[in-house]
Design a protein around this ligand. Structure first.
Ligand SMILES: [Zn+2]
Length: 280
């Protein structure tokens, strides 16, 4: 197409932030950390490479994901443990907090709930910032590696993509048929993954995660959570995923609970009345 005469002027228009965060309810991190100090560890799970595990966190509890043995990326799903219909909303979390999340950011739930499910208390990779490629850590832009896209682009049947790992973990937890479990699996938080979009073509890219063994990210559970974490077959995601090629390592999930089980008040669900102007 022919450019209009004022093309450069139009390109030079300054962007505006879609969702200015000055009215976004902010967590009181000092109070959260004080609350965290009164918790004790109640369980842990070691997520094997190219596999996933589920874990439960009580409301007002916390969970920590730690890199052990070697650099490894994790794909995280979260549900309200009492109602699996309330699950993590990667897209709206991205709209509210940006493409990557760190300390003080929150993981929000889907409509009609739209409330914080978890708040990031600590992130040992928050020093990374945004690199010269536009890459950063812990993204909410990727969806999860999955066997359908792999079949589309490469053909073949690969069963250890994060989507399948999460589906298998949720099925093995019991109570859900595999096809039902699969429909509960959703877009993830890419824990420790270093990603961005290329400036010239706008393509989604990944690069070797800066994560080192001992690095961790810790979340406070705003509501009772069922979590599932997959140790991605891409390993540190420096080359490829959806195969057994990359070196992969386990990820450790530790769960902490407050001594006072009634000392936490959960955030309310959205105040929107849900009528959508129907019948009005
Ligand atoms: Zn993956």
């Amino acid at each position: 197409m022919t450019e209009p005469a004022d093309a450069e002027t139009r390109r030079a228009v300054q962007p505006v932030i879609c969702y200015p965060d000055d009215t976004l309810p902010r967590p009181d991190l000092a109070r959260y950390r004080q609350h965290r100090a009164g918790m004790r560890k109640v369980s842990e799970k070691l997520v094997p490479p190219r596999d996933a595990r589920c874990f439960d966190v009580p409301a007002g509890g916390a969970f920590r994901i730690t890199s052990v043995e070697g650099p490894q990326v994790g794909d995280l799903n979260l549900w309200n443990a009492d109602n699996l219909d309330e699950r993590f909303f990667s897209g709206k979390t991205r709209a509210l907090h940006g493409t990557h999340v760190s300390t003080g950011d929150r993981l929000w739930s889907v409509f009609p709930f739209l409330r914080p499910m978890a708040t990031i208390l600590e992130d040992t990779l928050d020093w990374y910032g945004i690199d010269s490629f536009g890459g950063s850590v812990h993204d909410v832009i990727g969806t999860r590696c999955d066997p359908y896209t792999n079949a589309l682009l490469s053909g073949g049947q690969y069963h250890h993509c994060c989507h399948s790992n999460l589906t298998r973990a949720l099925t093995n937890r019991g109570g859900l048929a595999p096809d039902v479990a699969e429909r509960h699996v959703h877009d993830v938080l890419n824990v420790f993954m270093c990603t961005g979009f290329t400036r010239d073509t706008g393509q989604y890219f990944m690069k070797a995660s800066p994560v080192r063994p001992g690095d961790y990210i810790e979340f406070l559970a705003e509501i009772p959570l069922l979590g599932a974490l997959s140790a991605c077959p891409g390993g540190d995601c420096s080359s490829e995923h959806s195969s057994d090629t990359a070196a992969c390592y386990p990820l450790l999930v530790e769960v902490f609970a407050p001594e006072d089980k009634d000392g936490w008040s959960q955030p309310p669900v959205s105040s929107y009345d849900g009528s959508h102007g129907i019948g009005g």
